[in-house]
Design a protein around this ligand. Structure first.
Ligand code: UDP
Length: 355
């Protein structure tokens, strides 16, 4: 079978790292990078460190509004699907690249498989939530990371297309964790002691594109009494710079870093006292690593992390965030996101599509 995989940003590199290996053992894969987040340095790091194949096709489509970006991707993907003639299209997660890949596949009548299907935050103002819903409805095979995701799909009448495979990010986290746990290099470079700092990330449109919320975010980070390590997403760096908030943040003791490769980021996660984030993937990685997470949003699609007591949703309320950072979760961490072999389960589930 010939599978066209569409990826476009950082978390999708991580997800593809779990699937591409097993997929290429059984089938032919054409990896297509839309360029949604084009950062050559970061792409190279992910390719080298996680062993992802170099994309066979790069579209170089980044920037613009969500609508423009998705439109330009669709325009490019239509003819490519005709010339490459894949047997299936594989998409991951909830980005514009995910939606464009799924819709272009459906329109070309090529079966579409969606990895990380069924995730819902319940907040339709999030661009990612719209992408999740629309991608699931356009796809033929819905590969779910958790039982809750399977149930969400059943509620929307999509139960027959759903299959529980586990979360592909767990595969990668488990693979990288043993070495990252011993690597104190990233902690030394950031100038922090194991267990004595908070690792932060922020890049959601709702937190960084609105100047008023961006200022609240900066105030919240500055108010944390422990050292805060903040590897800055390019979008967040640009917004903080535009708003003149970057220098103040640094002066308040927040350690600003460039975006990190996955193993270095994992090393910092494992050494942290707690995590402060608006990232989807990082909430889950904190849960897997047993690091308390405080989420800078008022909803999450990774509901299990909250229900099991390892994640607190505080939006941008600094008081609540500081309080939540003091709490020590005591609950168990059952394997709600699969057995660490989701990549293999994805490939097994894809095979019938060749039909
Ligand atoms: N990540 C990374 N380097 C960083 C920050 C994050 O490798 O400096 C990884 C992180 O471990 C996770 C993924 O990037 O696997 C999450 O990506 P992001 O927060 O951009 O997206 P989201 O999960 O919110 O869609």
């Amino acid at each position: 079978m010939r599978v066209l995989t569409v990826i476009g940003n950082r978390p999708q590199f991580v997800k593809a790292a779990a699937v591409s290996g097993p997929l290429r053992e059984a089938h032919e894969e054409i990896l297509l990078h839309t360029g949604q987040h084009y950062d050559d340095e970061l792409s190279t790091i992910f390719v080298e460190e996680l062993g992802i194949p170099r994309p066979e096709i790069e579209l170089g489509i980044g920037g613009g509004s969500n609508t423009e970006q998705t439109g330009r991707m669709l325009e490019a993907l239509g003819p490519l699907l005709a010339s490459e003639a894949p047997d299936a299209v594989l998409v991951y997660g909830d980005t514009n690249s995910t939606l464009a890949g799924a819709l272009a596949g459906a329109q070309a009548q090529v079966p579409v498989a969606h990895v990380e299907a069924g995730m819902r935050s319940g907040d339709r103002t999030m661009p990612e939530e719209l992408n999740r819903i629309l991608t699931d409805h356009a796809s033929d095979l819905l590969l779910c990371p958790s039982q809750v995701a399977v149930e969400n799909l059943a509620i929307e009448g999509l139960g027959a297309r759903a299959e529980l495979v586990g979360d592909v990010m767990v595969d990668v986290a488990e693979l990288v964790r043993p070495r990252a746990a011993k690597d104190s290099g990233p902690l030394e470079q950031a100038g922090v002691e194991r267990g004595g700092y908070v690792l932060a990330t922020a890049h959601r449109a709702a937190n960084v594109d609105d100047p008023e919320r961006l200022a609240r975010l900066a105030e919240l980070l500055a108010a944390v009494p422990d050292p805060v390590v903040l590897p800055l997403h390019p979008r967040t760096r640009a917004r903080l710079e535009e708003a003149g908030l970057l220098a103040g943040l640094e002066e308040s003791g927040v350690k600003l870093l460039a975006p990190l490769g996955y193993p270095a980021f994992t090393a910092l996660l494992l050494g942290a006292k707690a995590v402060l984030t608006d990232s989807g993937g990082v909430q889950k990685e904190a849960y897997l690593a047993g690091i308390p997470c405080v989420t800078l949003r008022d909803t999450t699609e990774w509901v299990e992390t909250v229900d099991l007591g390892w994640n607190r949703l505080v939006d941008l309320d600094a008081g609540k965030a500081l309080e939540a950072l003091q709490e020590q979760p005591s609950g168990a961490r059952p394997a709600v996101y699969g057995d660490g072999r989701a990549g293999h389960h994805v490939v097994a589930a894809l095979s019938p599509l060749a039909g």
